[in-house]
Design a protein around this ligand. Structure first.
Ligand code: ADP
Length: 522
């Protein structure tokens, strides 16, 4: 059960020192499962603090870029080793500030571990290309060069994994970093940076400023000495970040909203599909950019799927994430709870059929936190707002369909394009789905969640502008939207049918080389 810990006063980390915000102001980090518990107090930074941090990073860049990449890698490797040793404590801290169950926060820390080892390995693999020149006695090559100071803005739903996706690739390539983590989960970034310091990162190479988005994130994005920005968060803020980068042509990586779908065909293994829909829809209380907030089910199996899915979801245990019995934790804050409650009302007013949940969960100790019941709406029409808009909470819309083509239409009829999944035993349908779903990530017989760090992660349309944290190719040949990741399980591939060759989809967005298969034996 929840441990009572003394809240700590934290400081920004700038130029190798822990310093207060120049304004002297601060903000609170509270436990969403029990908002009377203060997890920590952090500085509310402003433009001046950001300027200090960028100055430090700029100064440090001059040396860091010249340190041989394998030496930079040794520091990352040491950081990964420390992360492994402290995994349990880091996961507990994260559950206290973010709310998701310990089983999930352990996974979040594990992603940081994996990414740190992975990028440490890249220190000996920062390949360029050599190409033949058309002239005699001339050689031609491309090499990787760091850009300079990179500004990183991160969200609260993966408080250590996402900062690590951004920090580690930037560092291994020789960039220096200023990170502004989400105001709801600053402690996990603090813990990650503390470990990088212990691993021996030189002064100024990583700097952290805590604070609110408009006051500390916006000046970071706009700073003229920030050479590139990587942002993960809402589409609205991402649009703002993109616009702020445009005047100076600053490279800007964006990973934003999603309205992801699971398609359940009539030949699907229903047990597998139901488990996928449960964890895809309700894992992290639906607060993942890859959450399956839509489940489209073939009419032939719709009734059975709905009954079994609803029964399974009713049995989910809501509670404090530190309790090992808990399956569904709280929402991150009151605003998010209000948003979810608003969408439940919208769903009802659109005459979708509320089958499970639909209320704030406030019995007993749940009243102390921002909990909401896992909620299912059935018979949802694809045009309804609950089927179109990102809710970012434990609300799943079930949509019936008649044919594979109709399912694809439903899937692609949204403005987002992050992740999609299909449950089928028909390998031809699986391949068509991989080809025609307009998302950055496609799963077969697995839920829309569960990215692995060595696969490209990113989306199309209003979701984003390319994959994050990947170094597979030298910059000169990479195309921002040219990568997708596809994961399948053996269930799909064991069916004997002819497999249509895949080389490119109709928009020429991916070629054979970019198709990754991850065979997981379930
Ligand atoms: P959410 O609504 O889920 O919190 P946001 O997009 O608001 O998503 O937040 C994601 C990250 O972007 C957070 O670190 C937040 O502080 C930051 N942020 C919010 N507004 C701005 C802004 N105007 N400029 C830069 N960063 C911002």
């Amino acid at each position: 059960m929840a441990t009572v810990a003394v809240p700590k006063f934290h400081k920004n980390f700038i130029n190798g020192e822990w310093v207060e915000a120049r304004s002297g102001r601060s903000f609170e980090d509270r436990n969403p499962a029990n908002f009377s518990e203060l997890v920590g107090i952090f500085p509310a930074s402003t433009q001046q603090d950001v300027n200090d941090a960028v100055d430090a990073a700029k100064w440090a860049f001059a040396k860091w870029r010249l340190m041989p990449a394998p030496r930079r890698a040794e520091i990352l490797y040491r950081a990964a080793e420390i992360l492994v040793k402290r995994k349990e404590d880091l996961a507990r801290d994260m559950t206290r500030e973010m709310g998701k169950p310990l089983s999930e926060t352990r996974g979040d820390v594990q992603e940081a571990i994996d990414m740190t080892y992975y990028m440490a390995g890249e220190g000996r693999r920062l390949f360029g290309q050599t190409v033949p020149s058309e002239l005699p006695n001339k050689s031609a090559m491309s090499v990787r060069d760091p850009l300079g100071v990179v500004g990183l803005i991160t969200p609260w739903n993966f408080p250590m994994a996402i900062p690590s996706w951004k920090i580690m690739p930037a560092l291994i390539c020789g960039n220096t970093v200023v990170i502004k983590p989400a105001e709801d989960t600053p402690l996990s970034t603090h813990n990650l940076v503390q470990i990088l310091i212990e691993a021996g990162l030189p002064v100024g190479v990583v700097n952290v400023v805590y604070g609110m988005g408009p006051e500390s994130g916006a000046p970071l994005v706009a700073h003229e000495d920030v050479a590139a920005v990587s942002f993960t968060g809402s589409t609205e803020t991402g649009r703002f970040v993109s616009q702020a980068c445009a005047p100076s042509f600053k490279p800007c990586h964006l990973e934003m909203g999603g309205k992801n779908i699971i398609i359940v065909m009539d030949d699907a293994n229903l047990e597998l599909a139901i488990e996928g829909a449960v964890w895809g829809g309700f894992g992290t209380s639906g607060q993942r950019c890859t959450a399956a907030s839509r489940v489209a089910v073939h009419k032939k199996v719709y009734r059975e799927f709905l009954d079994r899915f609803a029964q399974r979801v009713r049995s989910l245990r809501i509670g404090d994430g530190l309790d090992p019995e808990t399956e569904i934790g709280p929402l991150i804050n009151e605003t998010q709870l209000q948003t979810v409650m608003k969408y439940v009302e919208i769903g009802k007013s659109e005459l979708a059929r509320l089958v499970v949940g639909g209320h704030r969960a406030e019995s007993g100790n749940l009243a102390k936190g921002w909990f909401h019941e896992p909620t299912i709406f059935a018979d949802v029409h694809p045009a309804m707002r609950i089927a179109q808009e990102e809710i970012f909470g434990p609300v799943v819309a079930l949509l019936p369909f008649d044919s594979f083509d109709e399912a694809l239409d439903i899937a692609n009829q949204v403005k987002y394009g992050l992740s999609a999944s299909i449950y089928t035993r028909d390998v031809n349908q699986a391949y068509r789905a991989m080809r025609d779903l307009e998302t950055g990530i496609v799963y077969v017989n697995a839920p829309t969640i569960g990215a692995e760090i060595q696969l490209p992660f990113g989306g199309t349309k209003n979701t984003g502008n390319g994959a994050t944290a990947r170094l597979e190719r030298p910059p000169s040949t990479s195309t921002p939207n040219g990568r997708r990741s596809i994961s399948t399980t053996q269930t799909a591939c064991s069916v004997r049918r002819s497999i249509p060759p895949i080389t490119a989809d109709r928009k020429n967005r991916f070629v054979g080389l970019d198709v990754f298969f991850c065979f997981r034996d379930l």
